[in-house]
Design a protein around this ligand. Structure first.
Ligand code: NAD
Length: 366
């Protein structure tokens, strides 16, 4: 297959590209002839995430914006794309509160642009052309979304299922909800072969160090205060990123067109418990670091809560487990230790972000 991945220089996108060009061949008999990564390289896009595949002849990088219709149209035709895996997004809730506009542009207008250009491209393809590497029936558009579109749960509410009504609370989740509705409408109106996934919080290698787990790992290593919102009792479900990538690949290859699949780790945890787990994992794997000399009480510092902070997310992923035979391979302990070890082993990657050299700009403190 010839694949177009959007947002492939980000956290999940880069992990997905490594997976698609690597173990997906053995796991799901996926044969990739060409993989084009369309990425704008915002602050969250880091070309160093793709260093291991840069020399792979199947890998092509296209620097650009998913809102540019002409560019998207050109890439689809030039590379005879069989499938789009759409991950490009503005993804950080705090940034969406400070500056929502980019979120509407990329998440809503960008998703519309990709759907519309993919529709036009498929319409132009001759139905029985020999040049086609795949029949129209096996072409796919995977729309990658988040569980945050479902809103916030009370302590005893059942977990989000695929039929939970949308109730987004932040500009980020509202923009993602808008993109999900567009994806749905393109199936319903134009029969575009779209599959949508909604996943819980990911963690693992290559995650930008503004997000909870990599931020806290860095702070424990340095022995700095760990800022925890509110009283730390907000609950999230956590999934190791490689398990998400396995689920995305499966949904892309085997998911039913028009269907939505929730993906989660069956791992609901309070933020404060996640932070305690991080402290324990770093202290175990880096016993000589600054944070290993301090107790959790000395390290943790409770800070004013985020406005409109959702209390609890929990995800029922029984549909993808039953229909597509997917389940996570890592539990939180094993995934967290792999993640901590990766950040300990990749100090140069962290340093290039802290200094801004990965983009030729300085970002300030993490
Ligand atoms: P990220 O912020 O790490 O990466 C986003 C990537 O998109 C970056 O490489 C960035 O340069 C690129 N990008 C942004 N705007 C663009 C534009 N206009 N044109 C082209 N490229 C652009 O995000 P992530 O955490 O890897 O998330 C990827 C996707 O998965 C997003 O759609 C997000 O909503 C979804 N998701 C993330 C999580 C999570 O826990 N991180 C959970 C569920 C779903």
């Amino acid at each position: 297959m010839n694949l177009l991945v959007t947002g492939g220089a980000g956290f999940i996108g880069s992990n997905l590209i490594h997976y698609l060009l690597g173990d997906a061949a053995d796991d799901y008999a996926l044969s990739v002839s060409k993989l084009v990564n369309l990425d704008k390289l915002t602050y969250a896009g880091n070309p160093e995430n793709l260093a291991p595949v840069e020399k792979d002849p199947r890998y092509h990088f296209a620097h650009g914006d998913i809102t540019e219709a002409d560019l998207v149209a050109k890439l689809l035709r030039e590379h005879q794309i069989d499938g789009v895996l759409h991950l490009a997004a503005e993804s950080h809730v705090d940034r969406s509160i400070d500056n929502p506009e980019e979120f509407i542009q990329t998440n809503v207008v960008g998703t519309y642009t990709l759907l519309e250009q993919f529709r036009k491209y498929l319409n132009e393809l001759p139905a029985d052309s020999e040049a086609e590497s795949l029949s129209a029936a096996t072409r796919r558009f995977l729309h990658v979304s988040t569980d945050e579109v479902y809103g916030s749960l009370g302590p005893d509410d059942p977990a989000f299922s695929e039929t939970t009504p949308y109730s987004p609370n932040s500009p980020y989740s509202a923009a993602k909800a808008g993109s999900d509705h567009l994806a749905r409408a393109y199936v319903h109106t134009y029969q575009l072969p779209v599959v949508t996934t909604n996943c819980s919080n990911n963690y693992g290698p290559y995650q930008f160090p503004e997000k909870l787990i990599p931020l806290m790992i860095q702070k424990v290593v340095k022995g700095e205060a760990l800022p925890v919102y509110g009283d730390g009792s907000n609950v999230r479900d956590w999934l190791y990123v490689r398990d998400h990538c396995r689920g995305l690949t499966l949904a892309f290859l085997k998911g039913q067109v028009g269907e939505v699949y929730n993906i989660g780790g069956n791992c609901e945890m309070k933020n404060i418990d996640v932070v305690h787990g991080i402290i324990a994992a770093v202290q175990k794997l880096a016993p000589d670091c600054e944070g290993a000399k301090k107790s959790p009480e000395e390290l943790i510092s409770f800070v004013t809560d985020r406005p409109g902070h959702d209390r609890r997310y929990a995800i029922d992923c029984s549909k993808i487990e039953t229909e597509l035979n997917w389940s996570p391979l890592e539990n939180f302990q094993s995934g967290l230790e792999k993640t901590v070890q990766w950040y300990l082993d990749n100090d140069a990657w962290i340093q290039s972000i802290e200094s801004g050299s990965y983009q030729g700009q300085r970002l300030g403190t993490l």
